[in-house]
Design a protein around this ligand. Sequence first.
Ligand SMILES: [Zn+2]
Length: 91
Amino acid sequence: MTYYSTRPMRREKIMNCQCGEVMGEQCEWSGPVAEMVMVEWMPYQHRDSHVAARNRGTYPLNGAIRIAVERSCADRIEAEEGAEWFRRLEV
Ligand SMILES: [Zn+2]
């Protein structure tokens, strides 16, 4: 009897880090989804209107993007972008 086909494989799936979407330069990291975090980031072109409206809005209507990045890349983006335009999603 084999269980392979029904076993949940999602967290073992290998993915590339998507930090290039934010940083403009793609890192080399690829690995299991379990070592990544989902983050939400606000592109620069949407920031002024949110500041003007004094309201960040909610995803996806606010124009934010969601990407999966490796943990150290999440730290790097947070340091660069600041907590106002970047947050980690608990998944
Ligand atoms: Zn990365």
